[in-house]
Ligand binder design. Structure first.
Ligand SMILES: NC(=O)c1ccc[n+]([C@@H]2O[C@H](COP(=O)([O-])OP(=O)(O)OC[C@H]3O[C@@H](n4cnc5c(N)ncnc54)[C@H](OP(=O)(O)O)[C@@H]3O)[C@@H](O)[C@H]2O)c1
Length: 236
């Protein structure tokens, strides 16, 4: 199949929906993953109206059955996957310091991306140019929070540690896949005006999607195993 197939998680709103839009406008078939089928369908419908080939996928990344069903469906319908953007994420630090809050943050921000990627790896390996993009955050950058007072004082232990784990695994996976065509990178979208970023954020959503789109469309001689904002690397 000559088509490029992209799956984006958390694609029903915010940065994820915009990543799906920008990849769709480049001609890819985009699969809009969302926690419920209804949300995934709404996103696909919205993109269809913009002449984008978008198809809904019910995909709560913490639900193993959803992950299995998504992998089965992509296998049957397309036989490969070219782009996976692990964008779904939550910010739960305002909910307290209980260990259960920590587990919930990790379930979505780390284990969700980890489990989904491992289920889809056989399909990404069938692509001539697989791209995995992990939507992280500058708050997951240890090199930044230890040296930059503004980020260091954010007091977001759940978000910081779950995104730092995502970063560490991004590096590990890129090493594991270094002799294959698959490129694996993490990104920080910027502080973006979404439900998570809030209205004081400094970047519009279309700009916030740009780093993930850049990494999802890297050429064959592009980088792997990096952490990016725009086209600049960030410290891990
Ligand atoms: N906005 C920023 O300034 C900023 C900065 C740095 C990093 N990020 C990262 O960028 C990504 C997108 O954030 P955003 O700003 O677009 O936030 P958002 O508007 O709150 O969107 C988050 C998306 O993730 C989905 N999601 C949450 N839990 C999920 C799960 N278990 N399974 C599937 N989807 C799930 C949400 O679905 P529902 O609608 O069902 O909740 C929603 O679609 C996140 O990973 C976030 O950490 C954002």
């Amino acid at each position: 199949m000559n088509e490029t197939i992209a799956l984006i998680t958390g694609a029903n709103k915010g940065i994820g929906l915009e990543i799906a839009r920008q990849l769709g406008k480049q001609g890819m078939i985009v699969l809009t993953g969302a926690r419920s089928l209804q949300k995934a369908e709404q996103a696909a419908k919205q993109l269809h109206a913009e002449q984008i080939r978008a198809y809904p996928v019910e995909l709560d990344v913490t639900n193993p059955e959803h992950i299995r069903a998504a992998a089965d469906r992509i296998t049957t319908e397309y036989g490969k996957l070219d782009v996976l953007v692990n964008n779904a994420g939550i910010y739960v630090d305002h909910e307290g310091t209980d260990v259960e809050v920590m587990r919930r943050g990790f379930d979505t921000n780390f284990f969700g991306a980890y489990a989904l990627t491992h289920s889809l790896l056989p399909l990404l390996q069938k692509s001539p140019a697989g791209r995995i993009v992990n939507q992280s955050s500058i708050l997951g950058s240890l090199g930044t929070i230890l040296t930059n007072e503004m980020y260091g004082s954010a007091s977001a232990p759940v978000y910081t540690t779950s995104k730092a784990a995502l970063n560490a695994w991004t590096a590990q996976l890129s090493i594991q896949l270094k002799d294959t065509p698959i490129k694996v990178n993490a990104c920080h979208p910027g502080w973006v005006k979404t439900d998570m970023g809030g209205s004081d954020a400094v970047m519009e959503i279309h700009e916030g999607a740009e780093t993930a789109v850049y990494l999802a469309t890297l050429p064959d001689d592009g980088p792997t195993g990096g952490f990016y904002h725009k086209q600049d690397t960030l410290p891990w």
